[in-house]
Design a protein around this ligand. Structure first.
Ligand SMILES: [Zn+2]
Ligand SMILES: [Zn+2]
Length: 362
């Protein structure tokens, strides 16, 4: 049996993506077929179109998604037909050195940010799927360790956000930066991830959450997420932050852009001994310059947070429970609900820095 379905495909770097018809063979043992119901438009998808992240083409985009299992292959135990699931774009092997020491987000055998071929074809030829998923499509085929069950009452749109932006943002605050009550936090870049960072920092009890973006238009979204202050980014950002933090700089800066300039701005916005957490995924060519003396004398810590520094299988049920109990608000992250054909326009809005998350309802 051959299944036909629609997906958003980009055929070469810089080209505008478009909906195309895809074909999928039967699923194999250990695999599940998921009817995608909602998928968030994440910045990493844009990076795979504009060349910031190198990707093979043609490529089915999309990786932040939730849906319903409609077919389970032999030996599948994690999910059954009818289950509502969130998709994991970096399923860990659970047997490598990193997985064994409890750091599955660093799994050495995981597909990571690779785009994979998984049997789906376009025009009779192979097509890759973004981050092993290709979720801007009506269907996804994935290994069973790439799905995790969530309660149906969560709703597919909110569940989708948990799979990338919310896990990344909340995990950066809770697991990597470990923001404590009373601390000050600067958040640079207010897309879906940055707004999740703002919400999580407030939920962690941060006294000051200073949200930063290049446009004043993000102020309302920042305040809705819980920011106590908003600053439009400029060359004098670190001075503006110092004015707001007793002249010292913030305890934390969390960078959600992935550029050398904003990583440096985050560095300069923290106090002596402060922590800089890089969440944005940048380009291999964009070099961050810090002086050797500055690194020593500032006593700051610079680290990255990969996929929230979280064990997906443990964290997603926790996040789902937090959303359902009202301790974690995610509804304000969704600024647009769109169809598959509207994805290119959503990338345009993202490039202009408009809105929060666009969610494709498939
Ligand atoms: Zn993402
Ligand atoms: Zn592993």
């Amino acid at each position: 049996m051959t299944t036909y379905f629609n997906g958003v495909v980009v055929r070469s770097s810089g080209e505008r993506p478009a909906v195309a018809e895809l074909r999928l063979p039967e699923i194999g043992p250990g695999q599940v077929r998921v009817r995608v119901r909602a998928a968030g438009v994440c910045h990493s998808d844009l990076s795979m179109i504009n060349g910031t992240l190198r990707a093979p083409y043609p490529l089915v985009l999309g990786h932040e998604a939730a849906g319903e299992v409609i077919e389970a292959g032999d030996h599948v135990t994690r999910a059954a037909v009818g289950d509502h699931v969130v998709l994991n774009w970096q399923p860990p092997c659970r047997s490598c050195w990193f997985c064994a020491r409890g750091e599955p987000w660093l799994c050495s055998t995981s597909s990571g940010i690779a785009a994979l071929e998984n049997g789906i074809t376009l025009d009779g030829g192979p097509v890759h799927v973004a981050l092993g998923l290709g979720a801007f499509a009506t269907q996804v085929v994935a290994p069973e360790n790439a799905v995790i069950r969530v309660p149906a009452e969560l709703g597919f749109d909110r569940a989708a956000l948990l799979g990338c932006g919310v896990l990344t943002g909340v995990g950066a605050v809770r697991n990597t930066a470990q923001v404590a009550a009373g601390e000050s936090v600067v958040v640079i870049g207010l897309g879906g991830v940055g707004l999740s960072v703002v919400a999580a920092a407030r939920a962690a009890g941060a006294a000051d959450v200073i949200a930063v973006d290049v446009t004043e238009a993000k102020k309302g979204l920042a305040e809705a997420a819980g920011a106590t202050d908003f600053v439009v980014s400029s060359d004098t950002l670190s001075k503006e932050i110092r004015v707001r933090t007793s002249g010292r700089g913030a305890d934390h800066a969390i960078e959600c852009v992935g550029r050398a300039a904003t990583i440096r701005a985050a560095w300069r916005s923290t106090r002596r001994g402060g922590k800089v957490t890089v969440v944005g995924m940048g380009s291999n060519e964009d070099m961050v310059q810090l002086s050797a003396l500055d690194i020593f004398s500032s006593a700051r810590t610079l680290r990255s947070s990969v996929y929230g520094g979280a064990d997906f299988d443990a964290e997603i049920p926790r996040l789902a429970a937090d959303v359902l109990s009202g301790t974690l608000a995610v509804d304000h992250l969704i600024s647009d609900r769109i169809g598959l054909a509207d994805v290119p326009a959503a990338f345009d809005r993202m490039s202009r820095g408009e809105g929060a998350r666009s969610v494709v309802l498939v």
